[in-house]
Design a protein around this ligand. Structure first.
Ligand code: ZN
Ligand code: ZN
Length: 1003
């Protein structure tokens, strides 16, 4: 290999070098955004470096820098970009990967982007890759929208040549597939330029020995894509040059690591090898031996799957995704389960995946002085625990699913055995038997129910077969063969259920089915999966907030709503900037469509944008305000405001119903419901207190998983594994209320994200934070070591002094999902109402018990004690009653033809007591017949017992049938014991009286 390969920089060094290189070129090093995309409901996971800058590229957001560089964590799993099932079986498919990027927001363009890329890649000071291994491509021209054709990107070619790239190594690739990029059907788009590396003929997947660039056999690998956002494409397809073109690049870190470490497969780099070694150790296999096994079960592929999936799992859970049955959690669960399944293939049935978490954390937090993903260090134990729980759960599911599959397979086997047996017994050439055989086979097939293949069922067909001179048996052969074939098919729907509900991977189902001699209907499986995908997509879109719609996005290009709600709840002279009405409700695509209108008439509903507002728009878990638009005299209500939200960042849309005509350009006074807002603010500040207290008392692994600040109560969801104990809840409540009494003044400040995080402010994944101008809400506490009790990034409204909350009372604690708990609490007036309600209940209770309120508990305890005593007494009475009756009945025993007979009516026992009574009497008699009757809740119960020596003469079952008829019922039983029930209670006495006569005739 070349000299630079022998140096073998580590993957972590390669990442750090990239960032340092661009820092040296005046780029701001920006932290990777969360894998959970901010405010982009169309995206399941962050999958490119540009995701976090989307609004900047669209001109909707301004940053304080125009050059940025990032190492972005990305996940692609499922969907069009990546088939999960390929991962582990190729050299370069991953679920989790890192995308290195440099970005220019209207700053430099093609010339510098190309010069930077070439310098980093080839300069011996940086990556130092040999130039004779490199090829570059430029856009080669294509029809980019109907009627608009762009030619070759000669500009880009010129700049590559200026870097002394040999002209024969610069390729213009026509078409849209590889070298043209667009954000969507409309919006920024432009040509791309790529750098490719020649891995040598040994990398060819097709065994090419001397193919030329750009053969796509695997030998030539794209390592860097430079996107030049040059145009804006409008709805008609027309391209207009952007006044400030941008650059977005993506360099695949794992690929470049393979290049610089002199290996062909990404999996042979130091990002994966240590993980695969550890996985082999945990699964109890030999890494070298497995590595050599490329075919069949287990082997290197399984180790690669586990290594890749351990990375995705660790990063996703760190970013707050938890395994679940829908959305992101579902994808995570699929990834984890696939890894666990491959552990099984390697021969381990024990939880092992969680033990790879520390290894991923160790690998991905280097270099220590500039940790690329510091979030991994926050709570690795918690991540490990989530994985462990899922492993335990899946082991169980797997066992259940396997059993289910096994059941299905053996049922199929039994069925087919029956066919065979039947067919073998069939006598060939016997028309009658053959006809019957056919009928029976048809019937059996029909009985199999839905999914039955169409099958000839008419008799004529049989006659046709049998009318032939050939032996009927031969004619039946194909029919039975076909029947057996269908019989041994695992239907697609059932297979998909095993896959989807029981979590059995496809190849797992295939293997087990094959072993059982059952075919799987994979076509039906695909169909079922397609249906599921459609459903999932519908629920995914429907479940998230509305997609920013073009009408609002356009307005946001030039306009922002001034937020006055931090300072007051009423204001005058706000200008109506725009009015929108919904022209199409959320359809299957999930997005509403709006149109701008000039006015809204009285009685109509719509959405109004003002230049400034005091109505708080729903965000950060805080509910929107409600309120009213008035005319300038503040006496005439113009519209009722039922809520407000952000259709795009920075723009508040008020949901209104007009009472008078509203026109664009009108000035209105805006009044928010101040009392409602005050309640919400108390709850929001209370949420911050509860959050801090939870971290103090339960530990810093507690992470916010969602919150709601409503007027009535506050809700706080957080990650924590066990239920919070009563004592802990009391401690939390006490600490919070102590803090309230310190009554410090809440501080809000605006600073850079970096500054905020350094000062100890808590930020949460899933929330959108700009780089600069983040709002920080601090609850100071002079007693605390850092001078504050709580510090959070928050855009909500808060009370002035923390004492304004009054009091906070926790009202419930429960589980909402695996590993997520929910606390609900009330504050201020809400707390007062809560106490009043409880006091009322107590007062009422005391009234009913006729005691003082302080004595309620003692009184209830006394009542419970009394009830227990009474129950015991009642039972004792019953037992005593039964015993008394026993003695009484025995004393009345008669002798009929030498046989002792006990016959009578009993009461106050239950059925069991009745049976015991018969048993005791039989024992006491030694030899004899017992007949007892009992009225029971308007009905009659009868029982006959006969000692064994007499059952030949008197059959209890038969005797009771006779007796039962006479009380209008029925019964039966064994020769020695039989029971009956009837409805004619009035007949009981006579029936019992007649028993001796009846017996006399029998004996
Ligand atoms: Zn080739
Ligand atoms: Zn907040």
């Amino acid at each position: 290999m070349t000299a630079e390969a022998s140096k073998k920089p580590s993957g972590n060094e390669i990442r750090e070098k990239f960032l340092q290189f661009f820092e040296s070129k005046g780029h701001r090093r920006v932290r990777s955004s969360s894998l959970v995309p901010h405010g982009d409901p169309t995206l399941l996971f962050t999958n490119a470096g540009m995701n976090q800058f989307k609004d900047v590229f669209l001109g909707l957001e301004k940053r304080e820098y125009t050059r940025a560089t990032t190492a972005q964590k990305c996940v692609r799993a499922g969907g069009k970009h990546n088939d999960l099932e390929n991962v582990g079986f190729t050299k370069r498919h991953h679920t989790f990967f890192e995308m290195m990027g440099n970005f220019s927001f209207g700053d430099y363009f093609k010339k510098d982007a190309i010069a930077y890329a070439w310098e980093l890649i080839t300069s011996p000071e940086w990556y130092g890759i040999a130039k004779d291994k490199l090829y570059v491509t430029v856009f080669g021209g294509a029809e980019v929208s109907a009627g608009t054709t762009l030619g070759v990107d000669e500009e880009a070619r010129k700049y590559w040549l200026e870097q002394h790239v040999a002209p024969e190594r610069v390729f213009a690739i026509p078409g849209l597939k590889d070298n043209f990029w667009a954000m969507g059907d409309t919006g920024p788009c432009g040509p791309c330029s790529e750098i490719h590396y020649d891995m040598g003929p040994e990398a060819s997947d097709e065994g090419h020995t001397d193919c030329k660039f750009p053969c796509d056999c695997g030998r030539y690998v794209e390592i860097w894509n430079l996107v030049f956002m040059q145009f804006n494409r409008d709805a008609s397809g027309k391209l207009t040059p952007l006044p400030k073109p941008c650059v977005d690049t993506g360099l695949g870190l794992e690929r470049v690591a393979a290049v610089l470490q002199g290996v062909i497969s990404n999996y042979d780099t130091d990002f994966f090898v240590p993980l695969m070694k550890r996985a082999a150790e945990l699964c109890g296999v030999d890494f070298r031996k497995e590595e050599a096994l490329e075919e069949g079960k287990g082997g290197a592929a399984s180790l690669r799957v586990i290594a890749d999936h351990a990375r995705a799992t660790t990063f996703l859970i760190t970013d707050g995704v938890l395994p679940s049955n829908d959305g992101r959690g579902y994808v995570l669960r699929k990834i984890m389960r696939r890894a666990i399944y491959h552990g099984r293939l390697l021969g381990t049935a024990k939880p092992f995946l969680h033990l790879l978490v520390p290894e991923v954390v160790r690998l991905m937090t280097q270099p220590a002085q500039r940790v690329p993903y510091p979030e991994l260090l926050e709570n690795p134990d918690q991540v490990e625990r989530v994985v462990y729980e899922e492993e335990k759960r899946f082991t169980h599911t797997l066992d259940v699913g396997l059993k289910k599959l096994d059941d299905l397979a053996s049922a199929q086997r039994r069925q087919s055995a029956r066919y065979l047996e039947f067919y073998e017994n069939l006598i060939p050439n016997d028309k009658e038997l053959a006809t019957e055989a056919f009928t029976r086979i048809s019937r059996m097939l029909r009985e199999r129910g839905a999914g039955l293949p169409p099958y000839p069922q008419n008799r004529e067909l049989v006659d046709q077969y049998l009318g032939d001179s050939e032996p009927a048996g031969n004619r039946f052969n194909p029919i039975v063969a076909e029947a057996l074939d269908h019989q041994l098919l695992l239907e697609g729907e059932a297979a998909f259920q095993l896959y989807d509900t029981y979590g059995l991977p496809r190849d797992f189902i295939d293997d087990v089915a094959r072993d059982a001699g059952v075919k799987v209907d994979w076509q039906g499986f695909e169909q079922a999966m397609q249906e599921q995908r459609t459903r999932a997509r519908a629920s995914w879109k429907g479940g998230s907030k509305e997609v920013a719609n073009p009408a609002y996005a356009k307005l946001a290009e030039t306009f922002r709503t001034e937020p006055d709600f931090y300072f007051e709840t009423s204001t005058k002279d706000c200008r109506i900037e725009a009015i929108f009405t919904v022209i199409q409700d959320a359809g299957p695509a999930g997005s509403r469509r709006y149109q701008g209108v000039e006015e809204l008439k009285a009685g109509e509903s719509g959405e109004v944008v003002l230049d400034r507002t005091v109505i708080y728009a729903e965000s950060g878990g805080q509910m929107a305000d409600t309120g009213t638009f008035y005319d300038s005299s503040e006496s005439l209500p113009l519209a009722e405001v039922t809520g407000a939200y952000y259709p795009v960042a920075g723009l508040v849309a008020h949901r209104v119903t007009a009472k008078e005509t509203l026109r664009v350009g009108d000035r209105v006074a805006v009044v928010a419901d101040a009392d409602r807002r005050a309640r919400i603010m108390r709850n929001h500040s209370g949420t911050h207190l509860v959050h801090a207290a939870l971290r103090n008392i339960l530990g810093t692994h507690v992470k916010q998983a969602g919150s709601l600040n409503a007027p009535e109560r506050l809700r706080f969801d957080f990650s924590h594994f066990a239920p919070v104990g009563q004592e802990e809840l009391r401690d939390i409540e006490q600490q919070v209320n102590e803090e309230i009494r310190v009554n410090t003044q809440i501080e809000t400040g605006v600073m850079s994200l970096e500054e905020a995080l350094n000062s100890g402010a808590l930020a949460f994944f899933g929330d959108k934070y700009p780089e600069s101008n983040v709002r920080v809400v601090t609850i100071p506490d002079p007693r605390a070591p850092r001078g504050f009790y709580s510090k959070e990034l928050c855009g909500g409204t808060h009370v002035h002094r923390i004492g304004d909350i009054g009091v906070l009372k926790i009202v419930s604690e429960e589980s909402v999902a695996a590993g997520v708990r929910r606390i609900e609490a009330v504050t201020g007036i809400g707390a007062l109402e809560h106490y009043q309600h409880q006091a009322n209940t107590l007062r009422e209770l005391a009234g009913r018990l006729n005691v003082g309120e302080d004595s309620v508990l003692a009184s209830v305890e006394k009542l419970a004690r009394t009830a227990r005593t009474l129950e015991k007494e009642l039972e004792a009475q019953k037992r005593k009653g039964a015993l008394n009756q026993l003695d009484e009945l025995f004393a009345q025993a008669k002798t009929i033809k030498g046989v002792k007979v006990v016959c009578g009516e009993v009461g106050n026992v239950d059925r069991d007591g009745l049976r015991q009574l018969v048993d005791s009497l039989r024992q006491k008699l030694g030899s004899g017949v017992v007949v007892l009757g009992m009225p029971e809740e308007g009905k009659v119960a009868l029982i006959v017992g006969v000692t064994k020596d007499l059952t030949a003469k008197v059959h209890a079952g038969k005797l009771i049938q006779v007796l039962a008829k006479r009380v209008g019922g029925s019964g039966g039983g064994r020769p020695d014991l039989a029971e009956a029930g009837g409805k004619d209670t009035w007949a009981l006495k006579t029936v019992l009286q007649d028993v001796p006569t009846l017996l006399e005739s029998l004996l």
